[in-house]
Design a protein around this ligand. Structure first.
Ligand SMILES: [Zn+2]
Length: 545
């Protein structure tokens, strides 16, 4: 081992039965020496007996295996906290429109008339009727309250008549994404840009609300072993909102309420209100987030061939290639990293062409421009990503959560098999990350790793067995490679010297994932200190041994 230098900071030795460091110079250890929250060295326990005169305090982890803390490369921390306080209308428990209406009615009865009822996570293709509730139905359930329910993808919503009236939306409103019935009357459903018509009339959260959401969600991260987090689209197109969010994050950070190291991705408009670089131990600025399409499960993803069950439906990417390339050229001049959301292969085509234009052919600078979700990336598109140095971040939970519906409804069997093509990316040597997009799916890296290994859908079918990968690369995609995609590899993602001593203790080797004897998260350490410990898991403190 490299012997710890004597810097004179706050020191600690973390001892464990086994530590997987993901540091190529020392892949396994039984102790990690920590100074001022960062790894100084790792090695066998005995190697540190004489460090600083042998008087360094010790923290002993009694069981299992230690890994670098999980790095969530694409999620929405503050929305997680916000959604935890909203009315949940997802499936389960809601199996029908009537189930949703019952919940809305019950919530409205507890609120003053005129107060908004805000619900989250409805999923029309899991309802018996295969459609969301209508404005008429929601008005019947809550005639005296404006109601706004968002789709689980975040790319659609439904509102009742009191909500539409407050937003000034009626049959005469001309807006793309405002869904109408056979006679031209709005149904209450809003898609993509039209969501904002009503969303902007929701009560504006205070900075204190936002701080509370950040705190609540960052505690949730620790329970699933996530010690480095992301808030992956921040600011929308509203400058006041961007300023408030930035203020809330800084306040949560300075008050010790932000418990995981969080990277914020500004939106195109939001970037004017955030610094280009910001680095304190808990908060940093990540790539600028762009959107090239919506969500396949909301039928707003841009596919090159029609939807399996809706051959009439054609969805175009949000950008024309030339316009996107112009914006990208500006971002490149600003020295920005870029992460563009693209689910459908037509959107991925547009992004790759625009990236190539903006980056210039033959240039191989370390730009690390990303494609988010890349759900239906084709083999030729993976080849192109490799050639351009473009990095995909895969939302692998799509396979579990929507795999059955992709096969039967949205994509058909052939295209569904190829979603989240992890093995194909691995075979090409493309570094990629796995992410949860929480709160779109529940934040749970172990579950995502299991899906990468098994590709089992919610019905138990195996979807696209050729795209399964082993636990080892899946772990890298949730740690070291995820850090690389966020340009955070010198901070997080491994336990190499210089990185934060952020660790997750699992009850057993990660290789057991998918075997039925699933590893559990027992503790999360941030900067070497226990930030969350499972009930019944006793960590021992001691002096020098
Ligand atoms: Zn997202």
């Amino acid at each position: 081992m490299g012997h710890p230098r004597d810097g004179g900071g706050r020191r600690l030795i973390v001892e464990a039965k086994r530590v997987i460091t993901l540091d190529p110079d020392r892949p396994e250890a039984t102790a990690v020496a920590v100074e001022d929250g960062r790894v100084v060295a790792s090695g066998p326990v005995e190697a540190f007996d004489t460090w600083a005169g042998g008087r360094v305090p010790r923290l002993r982890l009694p069981l299992g295996v230690v890994y670098p803390g999980f790095v969530e490369s694409h999620a929405h921390l503050m929305s997680m906290g916000m959604q935890a306080e909203a009315l949940y209308v997802g499936s389960p428990p809601c199996r029908s429109v009537a189930d949703i209406l019952d919940r809305v009615r019950e919530r409205a009865a507890a609120l003053q008339p005129g107060t908004w009822v805000v619900g989250v996570h409805y999923d029309d293709t899991l309802l018996r009727e295969m459609r969301p509730p209508t404005a008429d139905e929601l008005t019947w359930a809550a005639p005296d309250h404006p109601v706004f329910l968002s789709h689980m993808s975040g790319h659609a919503a439904v509102a009742n008549w009191p909500a539409l009236e407050r937003a000034g939306v009626d049959a005469a409103t001309d807006a793309e994404g405002l869904v109408r019935d056979g006679v031209g009357r709005p149904t209450g459903e809003l898609r993509e840009g039209a969501v904002r018509l009503v969303a902007r009339h929701l009560p504006r959260p205070t900075v204190a609300d936002r701080v509370r959401w950040i705190e609540r969600a960052s505690r949730e991260c620790l329970r699933v072993g996530v010690t480095a987090m992301a808030d992956s689209a921040l600011g929308g197109d509203d400058p006041d909102q961007a300023r408030d969010i930035w203020q809330a994050y800084r306040q949560a950070g300075s008050e010790g309420l932000l418990r995981v190291r969080t990277q914020l991705f500004p939106t195109l408009a939001g970037r004017a209100h955030l610094p280009i670089r910001w680095s304190d131990p808990m908060l940093s600025i990540g790539p600028v987030k762009l959107f090239a399409d919506g969500s396949i499960q909301a039928r707003t993803g841009a596919l090159s061939a029609p939807y399996h069950d809706r051959p009439d439906l054609v969805v175009a990417p949000f950008w024309r290639e030339e316009d996107l390339a112009d914006v990208l050229a500006d971002l490149r001049r600003e020295g920005r990293q870029v992460a563009t959301h693209a689910n459908g292969d037509a959107a991925i085509d547009t992004v790759l062409k625009a990236y190539a234009r903006a980056l210039g052919e033959g240039r191989r600078a370390d730009h690390r421009w990303r494609i988010e979700h890349a759900q239906t990336a084709r083999p030729d598109q993976l080849d192109r990503m490799r050639a351009l140095g473009v990095l995909p971040s895969f939302f692998v939970a799509h396979v579990e959560l929507f795999g059955d519906r992709h096969r039967d409804l949205f994509l058909g069997p052939r295209r569904a098999e190829g979603i989240s093509p992890l093995a194909s990316a691995l075979a090409r040597g493309i570094p990629f990350s796995l992410h949860s997009d929480a709160p779109v799916s529940r934040l749970n890296p172990l579950a995502a790793i299991r899906t990468a290994v098994l590709r089992r859908t919610s019905s138990g079918a195996v979807l696209g067995p050729a795209e399964r990968i082993a636990a080892g690369p899946a772990l890298c995609a949730y740690t070291a490679w995820a850090a690389h995609l966020g340009r955070r590899e010198h901070e997080v993602g491994s336990l190499a010297p210089g990185r934060w001593a952020d660790m997750v203790l699992l009850s057993r080797d990660l290789e057991a994932v998918g075997s039925g004897e699933e590893p559990q998260v027992m503790a999360a350490l941030v900067g070497g200190e226990p930030a969350w410990v499972a009930p019944g898991c006793a960590l021992e403190r001691g002096g020098a041994s």
